[in-house]
Design a protein around this ligand. Structure first.
Ligand SMILES: [Zn+2]
Length: 263
């Protein structure tokens, strides 16, 4: 059983544009549609993917979440999203929960906000009271430039401010800031996903060390498809010198818990 906790796909009408947007910077491994993701899952033996919606501007919040709710079926579980600049984000978060989605995705670079912004505190409180996990982009992103809106230290502080919030930090806690992740974040009761954490960005030794230091029970397999090959990423993570129980936790058990899957 394999669950990919970090994937993206787009409505047919915008998929082509979304794929073209990153041309030259990122390789793409599908056409960016739901069908493309399902094909990729078939190739990689991925049983279930979590599709992460993202509200790109405040006016689109309702339509993005309506689309996400429609896509939340079959082997794809969706996380909804809100925009920090929309008028009533807490209401959006309640709608996401009422639609049966299990989580919310935000992106501090794309959406230009900081977890230190106190006006957003009610959003994080709403996520925890609705028992939704919050998944956030963390660290370097090839599409943006420093100064970054997060750091391992600021994310550790965010967790301390909202200890009851189920927090998933994408890209192993903070993309490319691996030494600081080991120092500031590893071992805290937050989840890391493995999206885009490929051999081009991290050594096998450091990856295994961070997984062990953090605890495999809080690591989620994820890819960032279509920007990363699901098939290659399954093979890479499966090649790590980890035990069977650790791999089962990473590849599906931890995700099944967060998604509240039965059996
Ligand atoms: Zn992503």
């Amino acid at each position: 059983m394999i669950i990919d906790f970090h994937t993206h796909f787009y409505p047919e009408k915008v998929a082509e544009k979304a794929m073209a947007h990153c041309q030259g910077l990122l390789q793409v491994y599908s056409d960016g549609t739901r069908t493309g993701l399902l094909d990729s899952m078939g190739d990689a033996n991925v049983d279930l993917s979590v599709g992460l919606a993202l509200v790109n501007n405040p006016e689109n919040s309702a339509s993005v979440n309506r689309w996400a709710a429609q896509q939340n079926h079959g082997p794809i579980c969706m996380a909804g999203s809100f925009h920090p600049a929309e008028s009533d984000p807490a209401a959006t978060i309640r709608t996401i929960a009422n639609c049966g989605m299990r989580g919310v995705k935000v992106h501090p670079e794309y959406q230009q906000f900081s977890f230190e912004d106190k006006t957003l505190y009610p959003c994080w409180e709403e996520c925890s009271s609705q028992e939704l996990f919050l998944i956030t982009h963390a660290g370097f992103d090839i599409m943006y430039h420093p100064p970054w809106h997060t750091s391992p230290r600021s994310l550790a502080q965010f967790h301390k401010n909202f200890p009851k919030l189920t927090l998933v930090l994408a890209h192993l806690g903070s993309m490319t800031f691996w030494d600081e992740v080991e120092k500031e974040l590893a071992g805290l009761p937050v989840f890391f996903d493995l999206a885009f954490v490929t051999p081009e960005y991290i050594s096998r030794e450091q990856l295994v060390r961070i997984i062990r230091r953090h605890g495999a029970e809080r690591i989620l397999f994820g890819t960032d498809a279509p920007w990363c090959s699901q098939k290659k990423h399954v093979e890479w993570i499966d090649s790590l010198p980890l035990g069977g129980n650790e791999k089962a936790a990473i590849f599906y058990k931890n995700a099944a818990g967060l998604l509240k899957l039965e059996n």
